[in-house]
Design a protein around this ligand. Structure first.
Ligand code: UDX
Length: 442
């Protein structure tokens, strides 16, 4: 099928390249001319495992094009998919400016029957507003007679950064929300190569499924972090508690890793948006408020405990391993690593940082007082303390005997329990994890 994908961020580009990989003819549109120029040259402008190879492949096959000019390509579209950003406002409410601007632009150009598929994460009820914007723009363009041919479908994404391309090709489920049966079937046809179960539902249900999924996952994380904080105080090990409950098929083993909490461009935004949507619809979603509070407090507690144990870091060389909000991405949005690095700086630390992928993004936000090391071991050399904040596999592969020799004080604070099973105490390290039962109540 002929697909026009509007928005080339990690969702739009991954999804566009994904559909081209499945054999569809895809045109990706973005207003960012520099980004489109790089994509046209075959360069993925961010780190996402597998995406670069896939883009090269589909470009060689001539199945994907990139342009800033929607007008020149909209005529050939059977489906127009919208994947523009809906970032949070200061109130936590989603900012739909870009979305409605795209809707108005589509409406001003549309002259044939087409299905509009909204991939962006949007507050419940937004799809109806998008189609209203499109139809209104069509009427202004003297095409009122065609407005009944245009339908909208909500197709939320469940892509995880760092495995987004794999998640696209092998989704756990497809959620397709629409009022028009034929439109829903058209979007289902676009996904015909995917064997995942279909949830064919209404627009509002599809919109709410997206928020409910992320909010539930965030709830699982805040729950295990609360258990970790209690485990520290009763001498239990949260990893064993997570394993012990995770074998229950009703709970499952995933998203039960305790640490400094969740970050990224989705969980913080979507949980706050759902809280805001609830309030705007007259409902106080108490659980969500607690999930957010627990997550914010988790970073604070980790930092305070570190300050207590170290007696402050003023003038001390502190190494941070990990700035991306999680491993296998270069994304630092709402990253615990960045937030704790900034707290350490503010506390007077002589800070040296390292991340395998996120250094360029980190340089844009961390002050110039920070030293950016070339390797993990360089960062730790001469350090009084090492703080691990992102679970990159390479941090487990260093020579810990060399690390011990290179550090002034072999003390490690591990915000992801990433090294917890390596028994570093036996190699002479002072090791502090999260929820491992070694909490000093003092
Ligand atoms: C998430 C959802 O998983 C995905 O379905 C949705 O489409 C977008 O948001 P993403 O934010 O890319 O994906 O990453 P995810 O792997 O979900 O991790 C989110 C955050 O939770 C990260 O900061 C991660 O470190 C943290 N996390 C995850 C934990 O603290 N503990 C866990 O057990 C799992």
């Amino acid at each position: 099928m002929n697909l026009v994908m509007i928005g080339t961020g990690y969702v739009g580009l991954t999804t566009g390249v994904g559909f081209a990989t499945l054999g569809h003819q895809v045109v990706c549109v973005d207003i960012d001319a520099a980004k489109i120029a790089r994509l046209d040259l075959g360069e993925v402008p961010f780190y996402e495992p597998g995406l670069q190879e896939a883009l090269t492949h589909v470009q060689e096959k001539g199945r994907i094009l990139f342009t800033t000019d929607l007008k020149s390509v909209i005529g050939g579209a059977e489906v127009i998919m919208i994947a523009v950003g809906t970032p949070p406002k200061s109130t936590g409410e989603a900012d739909l400016t870009a979305l409605f601007a795209v809707a108005d632009q589509i409406g001003s150009l549309l002259d044939h029957e087409v299905v509009i598929a909204v991939k962006s994460t949007v507050p419940v009820g937004t799809n109806r507003k998008v189609i209203a914007h499109i139809r209104e723009a069509m009427e202004k363009a003297q095409r009122a007679e065609l407005t009944s041919l245009i339908n909208i479908v909500s197709v939320p994404e469940f892509l995880r950064e760092g495995s987004a391309f794999e998640d696209f090709l092998q989704p756990d489920r497809l959620v397709i929300g629409s009022d028009d049966k034929l439109a829903g079937q058209t979007v289902e046809r676009l996904h015909k190569e995917m064997m995942a179960p279909r949830v064919m539902t209404t627009l509002e249900s599809a919109e709410l499924i997206k928020y409910a999924a992320n909010a539930f996952l965030a709830t699982k994380i805040s729950f295990i972090n609360e258990i970790a904080n209690l485990a520290d105080r009763v001498g239990a090990d949260v990893r064993h508690v997570a394993e012990g409950i995770g074998h229950d098929h009703r709970i499952g083993p995933h998203f039960l890793k305790a640490g400094v909490g969740y970050g990224g461009s989705c969980f913080p935004k979507d949980v706050s948006a759902l809280e805001q949507i609830s309030g705007a619809n007259g409902y106080s979603f108490k659980l969500l408020s607690a999930v957010i509070e627990v997550n914010n407090r988790q970073r604070e507690m980790f930092f305070k405990r570190m300050m207590e144990k170290l007696g402050g870091v003023k003038g001390r060389r502190v190494a941070v391993w990990g700035l991306a909000f999680k491993a296998h991405t270069d994304d630092i949005r709402e990253s615990a690593g960045i937030e704790i690095a900034q707290r350490l700086l503010a506390a007077g630390a002589d800070l040296v940082v390292y991340d395998p992928q996120a250094m360029d993004n980190a340089k844009a936000v961390l002050s110039h007082h920070v030293e950016f090391a070339v390797t993990a071991m360089d960062a730790a050399t001469g350090a009084d303390v090492l703080v691990v904040l992102t679970e990159w596999p390479e941090f487990r592969e260093v020579s810990f005997s060399t690390l011990h020799d290179r550090m002034i004080e072999p003390t490690i604070f591990d915000g992801r329990n990433h090294l917890a099973d390596l028994n570093l105490q036996s190699q002479g390290f002072v090791y502090h994890g999260v929820g491992l039962g070694t909490y000093d109540a003092a």
